[in-house]
Design a binder for this molecule. Sequence first.
Ligand code: PSU
Length: 304
Amino acid sequence: MTQAPLSYSPEVQAALDAGQPVVALESTIITHGMPWPDNLDMARKVEAAIREGGAVPATIAIMGGRIHIGMDDAALEALAKTPPAEVMKLSRADLPVCIANGRTGATTVAATMICAALAGIRVFATGGIGGVHRGAELSFDISADLQELAISPVTVVAAGAKAILDLPKTLEVLETLGVPVIAYGQDQFPAFWSRKSGLAAPLRMDTPAQIAAAADMRAALGLPGGQLVANPIPEGDEIAAAIINPVIEQALAEAAAQGIAAKSVTPFLLSRIFELTEGRSLASNIALVLNNARLAAQIAAAMR
Ligand code: PSU
């Protein structure tokens, strides 16, 4: 039978062999989520934050038809420099196709969860998960990230779902799928660039140990799927909802007018919001990813 072609970096291999905490990181945020060279800077800083937290970072990407679990700095730089049009944006449907055809691809939250689970990594840090897009009642555009949270046993630390989405509907779908949505240290579900969404989070936890214990119990009960930890952006880095919401509305209107659809929607919106906020949205995005990386390292250290 064909085996999954996994290539571990020496550092990640050693950590997994020794049972040390490892945190997975995705690559779509590098190739499609942020512009060069901020994307490389972010990727390096996030890896450093995880190391400072006492865990080993494992950035995941598909290169030359192999699943790389942990990338060296040269590989990270090469991926960050590659134009988005030359890298496949991979989710559950296209991950095997990319690997089988020997291509290069960046893993979204869904694909990173699949690869992390294959590698035995149980915690993953990112910015914000994909979710139910606004107008989904007509477009049916719902990210495969939501379904993946119900399938792959990985705890995903994010600053909620991106505020470009329909957050109430995203929470409804997560509930239907049986995904625990855990706000960290507050009652509200955070809204990516802002700490508050005005929506109550279904669950709240205040320590990494509680989150790790819940993941362990999920496994003990034989329940498939992971957990979404919604970690609010630090106060000093947030953009108030009153400022970011009109910008989101404008970017959404432009996407609709230009007929942007499917996998292009999220990268288009993030880059337009970056331009419209003169870079402020990117600074906040980087700050929230770093904050998530620090929490993920603590959760990984608390897992059995
Ligand atoms: N977090 C960020 N920026 C990003 C992403 C996450 O701060 O660009 C990526 C993730 O890879 C996530 C994807 O899976 O955005 C969502 O894309 P879509 O809405 O097309 O499912």
